[in-house]
Write a protein that binds this ligand. Structure first.
Ligand SMILES: Nc1ncnc2c1ncn2[C@@H]1O[C@H](COP(=O)(O)OP(=O)(O)OP(=O)(O)O)[C@@H](O)[C@H]1O
Ligand SMILES: [Mg+2]
Length: 244
């Protein structure tokens, strides 16, 4: 189980998230939604210990998250990745195995096989020698998904994985998410899609600095909650995404 209790983060004294608490059980997928600047990416980075929190407790399997980073996979938001970095698809995915093989060792047969099946699973094995910057947006997302798979983690964070991808890539991703859930993994999914994606989540967190609402789709996606979270920006949401 992942437990987050009273998490606070400030950036130079300015509150980014405040008193965020929630729990997720094994085999569950949590959707995190909220407007731009709501603190969604900040929440994930603080859980992972990538940025300092000013208060709160985060535990995974009853122990501090920082001691279990090998069991945690993180696919960052597209805007936070340097796509010009000169590295091949194969090496990006192989990086997921560094913790198991060691920094200065050649990857062993088992790691090579795991990387190969992860790339095959997302349909990217044939492009393994390409530079990451020479792929389409959807292909890049699939490579990062393969890297998360190759890590064989138990807890997965995906920050807006569906941005700029086509239906086929989205279907591949959801198939994989379902498999991971069946295997008892925990998935935390940040998304701006208030439609189809949310119906696939077991639990939702609606965030705008603090938690506006959490629970099932019916409990969270109400006009009142969305108005509280998005305010006037609600007007810009796609009509089809709004609740009936
Ligand atoms: N490194 C940083 N230094 C200072 N302020 C930051 C930093 N990163 C984020 N912020 C601020 O913290 C707030 C939350 O940012 P965050 O990136 O977590 O939002 P988000 O919900 O992920 O937004 P988006 O939907 O646009 O990705 C914003 O006001 C942002 O400007
Ligand atoms: Mg973000």
């Amino acid at each position: 189980m992942l437990e987050v209790e009273g998490l606070d983060v400030d950036y130079r004294g300015k509150v980014a998230i405040e008193d965020v608490s929630f729990r997720v059980s094994c085999g569950q997928m949590v959707g995190v939604i909220g407007p731009n600047g709501a603190g969604k990416s900040t929440l994930v980075k603080a859980i992972l210990g990538l940025i300092p929190s000013t208060g709160g407790i985060v535990k995974f399997r009853n122990c501090p998250v920082k001691k279990q980073l090998n069991s945690i996979a993180y696919v960052p938001q597209r805007t936070q990745v340097d796509w010009e970095y000169p590295i091949t698809v194969l090496r990006v995915v192989m990086m997921a195995r560094t913790a198991s093989t060691g920094w200065f060792r050649q990857p062993n047969c088992k790691s090579k096989q795991i990387v190969k099946s992860a790339l095959q699973r997302v349909g990217m094995w044939d492009l393994r020698s390409r530079q990451i910057g020479e792929l389409s947006g959807g292909q890049q997302q699939r490579v990062f998904l393969a890297r998360a798979l190759a890590q064989q983690a138990d807890l997965f964070f995906f920050d807006e994985p569906f941005v700029g991808i086509d239906k086929r890539t989205e279907d591949i991703m959801f198939d994989i998410f379902n498999e991971l859930k069946r295997d008892g993994k925990i998935l935390i999914l940040i998304t701006h899609d208030l439609g189809n994606t949310l119906t696939k989540c077991d639990y939702l967190l609606l965030l705008n600095k603090h938690i506006i609402a959490d629970g099932s789709l019916q409990e969270v996606i109400t006009n009142e909650n969305l108005q509280r979270a998005y305010g006037n920006n609600l007007l810009f949401l796609n009509r089809e995404q709004k609740p009936a």
